[in-house]
Structures are given as C-alpha cells and as structure tokens.
Design a protein around this ligand. Structure first.
Ligand SMILES: [Zn+2]
Length: 484
C-alpha cells in the first residue's frame, strides 16, 4: 500500500497495531529507562494498544537525557538493550533458529540491536547528547529520506548538492541517506567550513544540480555570492532548507536572485526534524509565499500536539507543543518526547491541497515552546523580549540583507544597563534612513522596545560578524555583556 495515500482511519489502524507490537515486544522488555519508569508509574507496556493510550505515559524531555553527577552517561539508559534469554524463548525466534540456524539468528539480532551509527544534538546551551542507530534504524532513516525527496517532487534524473555542514548531525546524514535510497546523484560539499563559499560555488558549477540543499543562511549566502559574480544557474529549480527556520523573506530573496541567474520556476521546500526523532519531514512544493506544512510519516512515528502548560493533548489543528514517539525504532529511543517546539497551526489530517497526499501535516509557524519561560526569552533593558519575534521582524524586512543583534552593557560595566545594537547590511539600493525608521517602528509596536543604535555595515563585515563560514551555527545574537 502506498504510504502517502491511505485514509486517516487506515493510518491510525497501522499506528495502533505497530504501537502495541512495539511496546509489547521492544519497549516493555528492552528499554532500561522505560522499564524502570513504567514500573514506577505502574504502567504495563502491553496495555498500550492505541495512540490514545499514549496519554498514560509521562513525557520525556531534554533534561531527562542530560548527564547528572550520579549518571554521567545518562543517555545510555535510553538505548534498546535486548535480553537474549527473553528473546530466545519467543516462538517466532525458536522457529527461525530451527529454520535458518542459530548463527543466522544471532547475526540478525546484531543487525537489529547493535548501535552502528550516531548523530548528536547541537544544543547551544547544553552538552550534546548522542542518539545511536542500529542497522534497523538505518533502514528507517533511508525510507524517511526517500519519502522526503518524493514529497519535494524530485525525480531520480535530478541532481543535488548537499551543503549541510559535515558533522554527526541529523541534517547532513538524512540528506546523504535520502539520496542513496531514492537513487539520485547527491553530492555533499560538507558546507562552508569544509569547502568555503568559493568551493561550494565551484561544486555547483561542476555538478549542475537541480536541487540545492542546506541551512537557509548559508544557501542564501552562496546564492548571493554566485549572483554577485554573475554566475548562471539555469537548471536550479529546487531549494531544500533545513537545520533552522527559513522565513518567507529569505526564501523570496533566494528565488529572485536565482531568477536573475537564469533559473526558471524555483520552488523552496523546508524540512523539519530533530535529532531525537532520528528522521526529518518535508514540505511539498508550493507557489512562493505559501506553505504546505511538513508531511508526516505515520507508520514510523506519532506526532502529538500538547498544551505546554498542562500537558493535555490538543485536538486536530490546534496550536501547541510538538511531542514525538517513534513506532519502529531501535538504538536510542525516547517516547513522548517534548520537542520544545511550538506550532501555531497544529497538525492537520486534511489532504494536502498542493500534492493531495493524505498523511497528516504540521502546519503553521514553529517556534520555541519554552520561549515564554527560558531560552529565547531574555530580559533586555528591563523588558522581556521574545527573540523569535525579533528574528521574524528582521528576516521579513526585504531591505535587510543580513543582520546581527548585539547586546552590551553601557561602558562594559556589568552593573550598568543593557544596550541593544542592531547591525545591518542593507540590500543594494535600500533607503537607509527609511529602513532604520521602519525597523524602529516595528520593534516598538511588536516587542515594545527599540535598539539603542542601528549600525550600517557592508555585507562582508556582517558575514564576518555572524561567522557564517567558520562556525556551524551562525552568531545571530551576540551577547557581549561582561560576566560578573
Ligand atoms: Zn503536499
């Protein structure tokens, strides 16, 4: 059966069956962390039979995975660890051993359960956490990848250049395995740190890819450089972005530059994924300025939307925090994982109006759920400021080419008041005074404060400031406040 044309009822049935099987055969007996947690909460894994039953499980969050002084390797508890003495009494296994021999069964166990690969989180604040994959999981990673490429509407005859940074991060490897499974030529440059901007441009000149894949700011940077050099990329028709948010502003700018480089119709598709899910989801192509939402893969996992305050599960299309549970995973497994990502359109089961697929989609803007409490919310000049809003204002202002926010203390004195300096490289031809005024007005109305100064720079200087080429995560907000 095709994964993307099943009715919601058929998909739910598959999810319920897989969930029950997964909890009974894998999670209940073999997850050290959840075995203990379920015992504490008097939960019998075999009683989890439907997606609704998931509500009986406690959530898992980032904090549960972090090392503690008693458990410096806490993440190991989440790795599925089979108990051979349990396994070998299962009738199916006994039959398999009789039929194919013991060593063949042992070899299969190894393939199913032994971690052979990992990607790690890229937390700005916390230490990275490793998520392992077994050979079984690699198959899921490949399946997810091939399906994302289908969602993008690409064909095997197309070529792609993958500019995600080469690192043990999900984004890079999801793309690599997507290409291998789908069967298209996809060349990985390793990103700016490995090849530099010029190296990436030259690679694109050589490969002549239809699809360019990478982090929005870096893809934008490469296109802008190539555009400035007068390169022609007529074959480019797909831009695939991931790893961070890609506001419409930056998408619009990429497309208009590519069109000046002789490209025809260019479609920008976003992806959403996180290390803990060990796979990603994609948007299908839409006309500029529209979003199709991230197309979920229901046979590989369950996406819930919850109220971040009460933990209550929200209805279809209601906003809330995204919570993920895999359905068929080995290696490192987290259940009901709270992503900390808040989506304002929730998850819809309406067929996609663009591609007709019947899988549920995450729709709307995704921001940090925790932003009201921690992370993105900072006290600045005595006002609580949401950096997501701030970033949106700047990315959606067409005259802004690149930007960086710098927070300082007046006179560099830790006891003095905060000072907010906005550094901007305007687009060519922008009226700088009017731009400054526009930004001040939007800051005032949307976050109720304005920068102390707006400083204008050349594009090159801003790029150096945000370390686009030299670091994995760009420095968009520079906190230069002296520590006491
Ligand atoms: Zn679609």
């Amino acid at each position: 059966m095709k994964w993307d044309r099943l009715t919601p009822a058929e998909q739910r049935r598959t999810q319920n069956e897989k969930l029950h099987h997964y909890f009974t055969e894998v999670i209940g007996p073999f997850s050290p962390y959840y075995k203990k947690l379920f015992a504490e909460h008097k939960i019998d894994a075999r009683h989890i039979k439907t997606v609704d039953d998931l509500r009986r499980l406690p959530f898992t969050s980032k904090a549960d995975l972090l090392p503690t002084s008693e458990q410096p390797e806490k993440f190991r508890e989440f790795i599925i660890t089979p108990d051979i003495s349990v396994l070998k009494h299962r009738p199916r296994i006994v039959a398999e051993a009789l039929l194919r021999g013991r060593s063949a069964v042992e070899r299969r166990f190894e393939r199913e359960y032994r971690p052979i690969f990992l990607t790690a989180t890229t937390g700005r604040s916390a230490a990275p956490v490793a998520f392992t994959y077994t050979d079984y999981d690699m198959r899921n990673l490949r399946t997810a990848g091939a399906r994302i490429i289908q969602v993008f509407g690409a064909t095997t005859k197309m070529r792609g250049v993958n500019m995600f940074p080469y690192a043990p991060h999900l984004a890079f490897w999801q793309v690599v395995f997507a290409g291998l499974e789908f069967g298209m030529l996809l060349v990985s440059s390793g990103g700016g740190k490995v090849m530099g901007t010029e190296g990436n441009i030259n690679l694109i000149e050589k490969i002549k890819p239809e699809a360019i894949v990478g982090i929005p700011t870096f893809v934008y940077h490469v296109i802008r450089e190539a555009h400035a050099q007068g390169r022609k990329w007529p074959q480019v028709c797909k831009i695939v972005l991931g790893g961070e948010k890609s506001p419409q502003g930056i998408r619009r700018k990429m497309v208009s530059m590519l069109q000046e480089m002789d490209a025809g119709e260019v479609r920008v598709c976003g992806t959403y994924g996180f290390t803990e899910a060990r796979l990603a989801w994609g948007e299908c192509p839409t006309p500029p300025g529209e979003w199709s939402g991230y197309h979920l893969l229901t046979d590989l996992g369950i996406m819930e939307v919850i109220d971040p305050e009460t933990g209550e599960v929200k209805g279809e299309g209601e906003p809330g925090e995204l919570v993920y549970t895999p359905l068929d995973a080995r290696g490192t497994v987290v259940l009901r994982y709270r992503t900390g990502d808040y989506v304002d359109g929730g998850v819809t089961w309406e067929p996609c109006p663009y591609c007709g697929r019947t899988v549920p989609r995450i729709v709307g803007k995704i921001g940090r759920a925790s932003s009201t409490k921690e992370l993105q919310l900072e006290k600045l000049k005595g006002t609580l400021v949401n950096f997501d809003t701030l970033q949106q204002i700047l990315d959606d202002t067409a005259e802004v080419g690149e930007w960086q926010l710098e927070i300082r203390k007046v006179h560099d004195d830790p006891h003095d008041v905060d000072e907010l300096i906005l550094h901007i490289a305007p687009e060519n031809g922008a009226d700088v005074e009017r731009l400054k005024e526009k930004i001040r007005t939007r800051f005032q109305t949307e976050i109720e404060m304005t920068p102390n100064r707006i400083e204008i720079h050349s594009l090159g200087d801003i790029l150096k400031r945000i370390k686009l080429e030299s670091s994995l995560k760009e420095v968009r907000v520079l906190d230069a406040r002296p520590r006491e």
